[in-house]
Design a protein around this ligand. Structure first.
Ligand SMILES: [Zn+2]
Length: 177
């Protein structure tokens, strides 16, 4: 998976919220454990655009700029994702993986890193899972994004649910949400 772009168009969270790369060490994955997850909300447009978010101007900007609906969540023009923090028991290296969705075919993504800035944390928890358990949870996530009713908010909630309950089959919305 290629790293996310550092800069982008109007509705690009990586541009507006910054990005921090956190590569993993080269130790065996059996040495790596997840110790914390954070469900976060990030900005993906400028403050000016946020102020306009309920107006026709933003709607028409989406249309005229050909920007996909992918990153538009609700009406506040934010993006949501889940960041899981890992520690290697062999070398003590710490790193994060960010998990999220958008409207691509099978819209599930994971990146070694995390947004630099966020607006708020909706939920977080201390956990103690094997690296593979988190990837199993991710593997069972849905990828059929829809702007309304089945978007990055619902996805982050479902992924957080699996992590909170330590159950890769747990969910609130699921594929048909
Ligand atoms: Zn290591």
């Amino acid at each position: 998976m290629a790293p996310p772009p550092k800069k982008g168009p109007l509705f690009a969270p990586y541009y507006w919220s910054g990005w921090v790369d956190t590569p993993s060490c080269d130790c065996l994955k059996e040495e790596k454990f997840a110790y914390k997850y954070e469900w976060m909300v990030v900005q993906m447009v400028s403050n000016t655009a946020r102020a306009l978010c309920t107006t026709v101007r933003v709607v028409s900007a989406i249309a005229t700029a050909g920007i996909t609906e992918a990153f538009v969540h609700k009406k506040d023009l934010t993006h949501e994702c889940v960041v899981v923090w890992y520690k290697c028991n062999k070398c003590d290296h710490k790193f994060a993986i960010q998990y999220e969705t958008d409207n691509a075919d099978d819209g599930r993504f994971m990146y070694f890193g995390h947004f630099e800035n966020h607006l708020k944390i909706r939920e977080f928890g201390e956990i103690n899972y094997h690296y593979d358990f988190v990837q199993k949870c991710f593997g069972k996530m849905w990828g059929n994004y829809k702007l309304f009713g089945h978007n990055c908010y619902h996805w982050a909630k479902d992924f957080s649910c699996k992590l909170r309950l330590a159950d890769s089959d747990a969910y609130v919305y699921g594929y048909n949400g």
